[in-house]
Design a protein around this ligand. Structure first.
Ligand code: MG
Length: 380
């Protein structure tokens, strides 16, 4: 039996993690969860999975739920997320929160020796060096949940690092893959939220449309697989069937393929190095799909991806700025305050404005993250 602490239980990855747990109740138990403001769904999760500890965002919700569920322990706020992450009866932390708020809880859980299944890419983007160093020092496995990184991780099983030629991340292209740059001027929030292949949360769906998601994933791959940026390529693949690939020195390419279903990489992280059936999953029917398409990535069309490569290569605090600026700009777009292409303009301005600090400590990262958010807010 594996005991799970789940951060971000009411988000898209959180819900799909609970789906996996529901299918394997003899294998997994949910011991602790953290949630945001979706209290209605939290009630259902508590009723079904009976976690011992629940962390909510607000004090009011904490009081409400405490009165309703007297046999459950509750906590709240940023400290509550950390309490959930380090909950002593959990062996594995599934970090499915959104944004760089996942950083502190991840670092604390690593210090406590928990296995980390990481879906929260912003944590690795904003402070990859700290997370990877802490994981090495504490001998803690960092298991990817993101579908591309899970595909690479699966393709690398049994392989030697010295034989890798390059990683190839595939990109569906998001909601606007068939539009030109000028056609992006007036796109609406609703259009951006309509992803052709994957069912995901709002922020990541916008990031997919701007290609920032792939940029964050390039930086995530750099840290997870200790790979230099010139050995990480991105290939457009609109069907999202090949989830990513590894090319080796002898020109062999291994990839992981399957239906676009996030429950597969989530389950692999939970069962690694084993596998389990996923009874409600759909089998891939390649004959029915017939054709797969691939196209070179255009970094002028998708400028956010170019910014991410640049920020990753320079390193230091620049990826922190990239991420914080993007989180702020995407939130503003979702609130209808800016237009779609302004997301990349704001990210570009924040990157230009910043003086990079090398080898930043956790405090410096938090400071730069805060300053960047304020700077982007001031431009709105
Ligand atoms: Mg992904």
């Amino acid at each position: 039996m594996k005991n799970i602490s789940l951060l971000g239980a009411t988000g898209s990855i959180g819900i799909q993690t609970l789906d996996v747990v529901r299918e394997h109740q003899d294998e997994f138990t949910i011991k602790a969860i953290s949630v945001g403001k979706n209290i209605e769904l939290t009630r259902k999760i508590i009723g079904e999975f009976q976690p011992e500890l629940v962390s909510v965002q607000n004090f009011d919700d904490f009081n409400t739920l405490k009165a309703e569920f007297p046999h459950t322990n509750f906590t709240y706020g940023d400290e509550g997320i950390i309490e959930t992450a380090v909950y002593e009866k959990a062996d594995i932390l599934v970090n499915a929160v959104l944004g760089s708020v996942g950083l502190n809880p991840t670092l604390q859980a690593i210090e406590c020796g928990k296995t980390i299944a990481i879906a929260n890419k912003e944590t690795l983007v904003t402070a990859g060096h700290l997370v990877v160093d802490a994981a090495k020092k504490n001998n803690v496995p960092l298991l990817p949940v993101d579908s591309e990184h899970s595909a690479i991780f699966q393709s690398l099983q049994g392989e030697k690092e010295k034989n890798i030629e390059r990683l190839i991340l595939t990109a569906s292209g998001g909601s606007f893959r068939d539009r030109t740059r000028s056609e992006l001027e007036d796109v609406t929030v609703e259009e951006a939220l309509n992803h052709p292949n994957w069912s995901m949360g709002a922020k990541i769906t916008i990031d997919s449309a701007s290609m920032m998601n792939k940029g964050l994933e390039v930086i995530e791959a750099h840290w997870l697989f200790d790979m230099p940026y010139d050995k990480i390529d991105v290939l457009l693949h609109k069907e999202s069937i090949i989830h990513s690939m590894v090319e080796f020195h002898d020109s062999s390419i291994k990839g992981q393929i399957g239906t676009p279903d996030m429950r597969v990489p989530i389950q692999y992280a939970l069962t690694y190095p084993d596998r389990m059936p996923l009874p409600s999953g759909h089998r891939l029917d390649l004959a029915a799909i017939g054709q797969l398409h691939f196209k070179e990535m255009d970094l002028e069309r998708f400028r956010c991806l170019k910014f991410a490569y640049e920020a990753g290569r320079i390193g230091g605090t620049l990826p922190t700025v990239l991420n914080a600026a993007n989180e702020t700009a995407v939130a503003a777009f979702l609130e209808g305050k800016i237009r779609f292409l302004q997301i990349e303009n704001l990210v570009e301005k924040a990157l230009e404005h910043h003086q990079t600090i090398d080898y930043p400590s956790l405090n410096v990262i938090h400071e730069v993250d805060k300053e960047t958010r304020q700077y982007v807010q001031s431009l709105l």
